[in-house]
Write a new protein. Sequence first.
Length: 293
Amino acid sequence: MLDLTEIRAREPQRIAQGWNERTRRPLLGDDGRLLLVAADHPARGALGVRSEKMAMAARPALLERLATALCRPGVDGVLGTPDVLDDLLLMGALEDKLVIGSMNRGGLQGATFELDDRFTAYTAEEIADRGLDGGKMLTRIALTDPGTVSTLEEAGRAVTALAQRRLMAMIEPFMSVSHGDRVTNLLDPDNTIRSIHIAAGLGASSAYTWLKLPVVDELPRVMEATTMPTLLLGGDPEGDPEHTYAAWGKALELPSVRGLVVGRALLFPPDGDVAAAVDVAAELVHGISPSTR
């Protein structure tokens, strides 16, 4: 791996140069589906995977896993914060890949202000200037928390600004509740439907809005709530990975579901084989199996 610290210390201008020179690709290929790897958890202080609380603490190890995932056939791109994406850029891992910038990481995991999902990373202007392909915003909606309205207001502005630049606005909505220092997302069908309708109304234009939603019960009924293209999130699944893969496969049969955005489930599979886990996801999303590569 490159000495990224040395480059950052002596030649920080290489980052801006790299973004200017990066080879880009169209948003969608012939099948109209996407498989993106998520790498924006650490910026919210969320470093755990299953029972291992500091699984993502070592940056070189995380970058190695990301590079392995991004080089597999069928992986369309990555979702991340500036620090991670700049490292991947310097490593040459973002050529001909979609890059979605994570915009609001202010709601730190476990903080008393966790539901205050302020925009602390990318702006729409910076996403456009760097040649990224879109921006993602976490939008947790807590009806008993007055701060939610600020999150909605800022998310609406971001959706508008991205649409003005013809860039994807990826909204990840949840109805959420707070219990002391713990925030819980309500993952039942009805609350997911409510979150979809709230998210869909954000911004002055919905032309470039995509949704990022959890795999929940009664998903066919849930997906009737929107005409917006939707990517399903993989989360941090526990138990048998085969059960998770089966759930993804069934969900991908729905017309408005256009792919997956998966982080921990692919980067930290129980058996440690990142490439194999990514290959399963690529086969589910694009029909690309190891035998056809």
